[in-house]
Design a protein around this ligand. Sequence first.
Ligand SMILES: Cc1cc2nc3c(=O)[nH]c(=O)nc-3n(C[C@H](O)[C@H](O)[C@H](O)COP(=O)(O)O)c2cc1C
Length: 182
Amino acid sequence: MPSFLIVYGTGEGQTAKVARQLGETLSELGHAVRIEDIDEIDADVGLGDHDALLIGSSIHAGRHHGKVIDFIEMHVDELATMPNGFFQVSLSSAGDDVARATAAGYIDSLIERTKWTPDRIGQFGGALRYSEYGFLKRAMMRRLGGRSLDATDTTRDYEYTDWDEVRTFAEDFASFVTQRVS
Ligand SMILES: Cc1cc2nc3c(=O)[nH]c(=O)nc-3n(C[C@H](O)[C@H](O)[C@H](O)COP(=O)(O)O)c2cc1C
């Protein structure tokens, strides 16, 4: 059975939660999975110790996690030698068609910047974690994200991740990798 490495970058934890769900689904399918937070990862983590790689990042202020971009740029040649995928977590993916086009634009920018075209791409809705934001961030997120999603009650959090979608992405990626490496 192919083994998987999942590397992710997160701000408030939603991408970590998605990474864990992806890992859980892959484990249930019988695969060995290692999950690494980019903020704690060993710089010389061995990609070659795994059959496939998933990289994930949330979007903050229109940008991916800086260390995730650095990681991709550092490993771009190695990435070409193994089945790989990218998953993105953003509020734009939870919105209307215009917002979803914005989310797709973040992916286009990533590909253009890193010259890495992932074999598989997942775009998932994120969360509004008002309980974890400071005063300014709470006010900004209420104005920017909250209004368009009708999620302006800052006394509670909102989660827009479609967990069925996350599981389906993991299952599709697992069968793609299994075909590629067998
Ligand atoms: C300060 C801040 C800025 C954000 N900027 C964007 C943005 O530009 N576009 C977007 O689609 N989502 C944006 N979001 C929403 C995040 O992508 C969403 O909250 C996601 O769940 C964060 O994932 P994380 O907890 O893994 O960092 C922003 C969130 C925060 C807190």
